[in-house]
Design a protein around this ligand. Structure first.
Ligand SMILES: NC(=O)c1ccc[n+]([C@@H]2O[C@H](COP(=O)([O-])OP(=O)(O)OC[C@H]3O[C@@H](n4cnc5c(N)ncnc54)[C@H](O)[C@@H]3O)[C@@H](O)[C@H]2O)c1
Length: 315
């Protein structure tokens, strides 16, 4: 992910400059002025105003805190942390330092998702009653490199954020989750869960459903729906283009094959918005608080899947 973000800063964002890239093992030429092997070198670089954190999730919270303390604004990939204490620590560090903290929930910046939210804000969907968000990844993952609960903390966390995005102002109160290893069943005993479904109750009475699977046969499939008192918005289409081919075998459409193909424009839009927030000092469109609330749902979902019972979401 860091490669795409580095290329975006370097080539796709007019007015931004890729001053440095820090990666302990990264040797690629990403168009940066400087290459560091330690993030501490970035904190000490006075030409760096803002950083994009795309290291593995377990490192995020400490990196956010260190960046904020060095006075750098922060864009952090999801999940911002793996515990609520770390989320609070990261949010507090940014607040104390007075820097921008934005989190990588790019679906909010994807045109279809943003259009659904605009309809909600305009009152055309009415009051949300039922919501849905799903992620089906194209597969090809190495089960040995997938820590337990990744499906909740790294995949479904996007869907939990979408449920919140499409039910604005409501707080999740209770979660019931089931999860299985259906793609790689032999890894079940080692904690792998590659397929999951989660029901989320909100304090405004709406119920959300989130589901994910790490493997499809046809590419990357991400969708969402909000059904309200005045209408329904359905978003997400795995079509690569609007072209349908009709031939002797029937009708076919080509499908997108990766998250970068599906959300390429959204990844650029979220960094464009981040740079704008840094420049103008305006609040970012996706905050550390949003990251914390999505994580609270993910933690409850992981617990629910383990115990087989509904679990209250920690406020
Ligand atoms: N928003 C999205 O749709 C999306 C998509 C993919 C990944 N992600 C997120 O991006 C993050 C990275 O995922 P990935 O798949 O690119 O992982 P990855 O393992 O492919 O890449 C992580 C990189 O971080 C580097 N790294 C390790 N320790 C570091 C440190 N201390 N400082 C700086 N760099 C360090 C590694 O060398 C590696 O190059 C994860 O949090 C993941 O959830 C988000």
């Amino acid at each position: 992910m860091g490669l795409f973000h580095a290329e975006t800063v370097s080539r796709r964002l007019p007015g931004a400059r890729l001053v440095a890239v820090a990666d302990p093992v990264g040797g690629e030429d990403l168009g940066a002025d400087r290459h560091y092997t330690d993030a501490d070198q970035v904190w000490a670089d006075s030409e760096v105003d803002a950083v994009v954190i795309a290291a593995p999730a377990r490192l995020h919270a400490d990196l956010v805190v260190a960046a904020a303390r060095a006075g750098k604004s922060v864009f952090c990939e999801k999940p911002m942390s793996l515990t609520l204490d770390d989320a609070d620590r990261a949010v507090a560090a940014a607040q104390v330092a007075g820097v921008v903290l934005q989190v990588g929930f790019q679906r909010r910046f994807a045109a279809d998702w943003a259009a659904a939210r605009a309809l909600l804000d305009a009152g055309q969907i009415g009051t949300p009653r039922l919501l849905r968000s799903l992620t089906r990844d194209p597969g090809g993952f190495d089960p040995a490199r997938v820590p337990p609960n990744t499906i909740f903390f790294e995949t479904l966390i996007h869907d939990f954020d979408v449920l919140r995005f499409l039910n604005p102002g409501a707080a999740a109160v209770e979660v019931y989750a089931v999860a299985e290893a259906l793609v790689e069943p032999q890894w079940r005993d080692r904690g792998l869960r590659d397929t999951a479904a989660v029901m989320v109750k909100f304090d405004n009475g709406a119920t959300g459903f989130a589901e994910a699977c790490f493997q499809t046969t046809y590419g990357h499939d991400v969708r969402a729906e909000v059904f309200g008192s005045a209408g329904t918005a359905t978003v997400g289409d795995a079509r690569r283009t609007a072209m349908t081919f009709s031939g002797s075998g029937g009708r076919t459409i080509a499908t997108v094959q990766s998250d970068q193909e599906l959300f390429g424009a959204a990844y650029v839009a979220e960094l464009t918005a981040f740079i704008e927030a840094v420049r103008t000092g305006t609040p970012p469109l996706v905050t550390g608080h949003d990251a914390r609330e999505a994580l609270a749902i993910a933690l409850a979902a992981a617990e629910s899947a383990a115990c087989g019972q509904p679990v209250r979401v920690t406020a």
